[in-house]
Design a protein around this ligand. Sequence first.
Ligand SMILES: Cc1cc2nc3c(=O)[nH]c(=O)nc-3n(C[C@H](O)[C@H](O)[C@H](O)COP(=O)(O)OP(=O)(O)OC[C@H]3O[C@@H](n4cnc5c(N)ncnc54)[C@H](O)[C@@H]3O)c2cc1C
Length: 615
Amino acid sequence: MKLVNPANKRKHTVIVVGSGLAGGAGAATLAELGYNVKCFCFQDSPRRAHSIAAQGGINAAKNYQNDGDSVYRLFYDTVKGGDFRARESNVYRLAQISVNIIDQCVAQGVPFAREYGGLLSNRSFGGAQVSRTFYARGQTGQQLLLGAYQALERQIDAGRVTMYPRTEMLDVVVVDGRARGIVTRNLVTGAIESHAADAVVLATGGYGNLYYLSTNAKGSNATAIWRAYKKGAAFGNPCFTQIHPTCIPVSGDYQSKLTLMSESLRNDGRVWVPKQKGDKRGPSQIPEGERDYYLERRYPSFGNLVPRDVASRNAKAVCDEGRGVGETGLAVYLDFADAIQRLGASTIRERYSNLFDMYERITGEDPYKVPMRIYPAIHYTMGGLWVDYNLMTTIPGLFAAGEANFSDHGANRLGASALMQGLSDGYFILPYTVGDYIATNKTEQLSVTHPAFRQAEACVQEMTKRLLSINGKRTVDSFHRELGKIMWDQCGMSRNAAGLEQAIEKIRELRQEYWQDVKVLGSGEELNQSLEKAGRVADFFELAELICLDARQRDESCGGHFREEYQTADGEAQRDDEHFSYAAAWEYQGQDAQPVLNKEPLEFEYVHPSQRSYK
Ligand SMILES: Cc1cc2nc3c(=O)[nH]c(=O)nc-3n(C[C@H](O)[C@H](O)[C@H](O)COP(=O)(O)OP(=O)(O)OC[C@H]3O[C@@H](n4cnc5c(N)ncnc54)[C@H](O)[C@@H]3O)c2cc1C
């Protein structure tokens, strides 16, 4: 890695789009090093980034429990958990850095839970047999984000970071093959502006909201990475989406959001359904012998702590058999009765009270007295912009960090590993790799009057004008809901070739209708959330098609990508390492042209691919 002389760093500008955990940490650290940083977010404050919603915890191989953890074990669990579809080198680095993250955050004052002796406490998450998850009650993301936010504010105060809240990036500007800036829209005034830089980082989060109903914040979207894709950045593994097993079930057609019940609850909660199909008795009326603790039965080693893809598929299977609970039959129980009896309600309250309160507020049921009802929902996207080991996309000078990139998690992310990856990218990787890029690529000063900026601004303005002029009959949300349903039904928890082909057709038809019949209210020169959504949904349509295309070409099951045609005799995902041991990197070829699929072969030197077993 080359270094930039400290005295020269202030001569270089780095744009960081996103101020969640990945972007906030990256912007603060790059500024601390001396770079001139411009940081953008669409919320009114970096404190409102979606990262704030993270509940359960963050992994690190500290081995405080002395239960056999190590950097190697975290590396191994992550590669296996991702069903051998992640790059080994990235995952190993992540496991190494995990220990530094905890030190950094403790030094910032993040109030991690502690044991009675004062040491940091840990709990277990899925896919691991050690306790390595650090947490701050059920608000880990919020506390970590406050740490990153304070570091960022310090740099804003020092004049090293210029913060642009309520500003949406709508295009990347590429000059001579390198990323040299962005075009933004001021979400309050509607002003379209350009910003030039030596390097651009996208830390803009995941695209789970494409499915309409998801656990993501309503504002999370794919626009930044999608527009970068259309400018030449390859898109990695778009079909690797994660379904989280423990969410509050859907309760009606007009619901716009789903609520996660943290995976940490599976430390103490036991998952079960009645043994009998169609058993409509209340949970307390079903005797112990007539209950099926199906995860404990099928996976005695990991029990309720199997990884998310496995837990989700099993929940779907028992509901499909007619053994689901609740009014819709699309739910299973997560029961704390045993844990309350064993540990006492006060211990359970200490561990999870905010989650229990949230559940009660939403459902009107008290989980201290009756089991929670849960069902899988879209939660996270392992896919994202393809990046190399340095987190650089295929556009030189354009980096992607956090959930926006595709690295590290393969086909299934283990719980508590997203916060680890976002902070690893932001605090520890980008500060080296962006510097190396700047040191090895001498960039000329560039003015935003350069024709490339003017051209990108014109494209953005043209799209805004087009959306506002359609003046059709349907709302943006109604299209988005319909798109989400197609995706959930045909490219959700399980997929098959015929369904995916059908989905592609339906998405194309619906997209055409969108551009003829959507109604976007208001104008472009004001705060206009209808317009913001319209642009994001337009991008979701295009990305949805790529997701289905990717899912269609991957004729195997792995992690969260479960192709019904490829399963073992007992219904587990069946990989095809001979033909599909690669990361897919899709390359844009123009509107409505078939994108090109590039394949990055995955090599496993240390963890040899095997049939994943949690039995
Ligand atoms: C309910 C919930 C609970 C979770 N719990 C956990 C957990 O316990 N442990 C764990 O490891 N993971 C958890 N996750 C996952 C984890 O929270 C996320 O993956 C992670 O926080 C993403 O961080 P990020 O910095 O990449 O993106 P975000 O936090 O999503 O930040 C994105 C940033 O980009 C900005 N942005 C986006 N687009 C644009 C644009 N076009 N222009 C300008 N700015 C833009 C936004 O304003 C924001 O600042 C959870 C996720 C959910 C949904």
